[in-house]
Design a binder for this molecule. Structure first.
Ligand code: ZN
Length: 141
């Protein structure tokens, strides 16, 4: 818990929120500035800033909660699809320093784009150069 974190305050019920799902490890509530109907955030109850801070168990619990939230919204709001994503770091738009997954219900002809529409910063390096840079630290030879 981080005493200055508004999401930790929501978890502790010190701040009001529209909680739609909660279990032992995960809580989910409606975004207060929705970009679409039932725009929701799913968060771990432990205060983590980034996905790099989570254990394997934490990730399993978070994605299990995420799946339940998506199922709940599908059954109640019945969108045609979803964008599911994380603003990871300030540069990517993360405003609250408590890892959160956005769930954005989508409808045909709603005017939105895919996750690819977030950034058009084409790399100068070739795909081979980028691949060589990364793969030596990966688990493939
Ligand atoms: Zn927090």
């Amino acid at each position: 818990m981080d005493n200055n974190c508004i999401f930790c305050k929501i978890i502790k019920k010190e701040l009001e929120s529209k909680i739609i799902y909660e279990d032992q490890n995960v809580i989910s509530f409606l975004d207060i500035n929705p970009h679409t109907i039932a725009h929701t955030v799913v968060i771990p109850k432990k205060h983590y800033s980034t996905i790099l801070d989570l254990s394997n168990d934490d990730i399993l619990q978070l994605f299990s909660g995420l799946q339940k939230v998506v199922d709940l919204i599908k059954k109640t709001i019945n969108p045609d699809g979803f964008n599911i994503g994380i603003n990871h770091g300030r540069v990517a738009g993360q405003v609250i320093d408590h890892l959160h997954i956005h769930v954005l219900p989508r409808f045909f002809n709603d005017g939105g784009g895919s996750i690819h529409s977030i950034i058009f910063n084409k790399p100068k390096e070739s795909l081979d150069e980028i691949y060589e840079k990364i793969k030596k630290y990966g688990n493939r030879s």
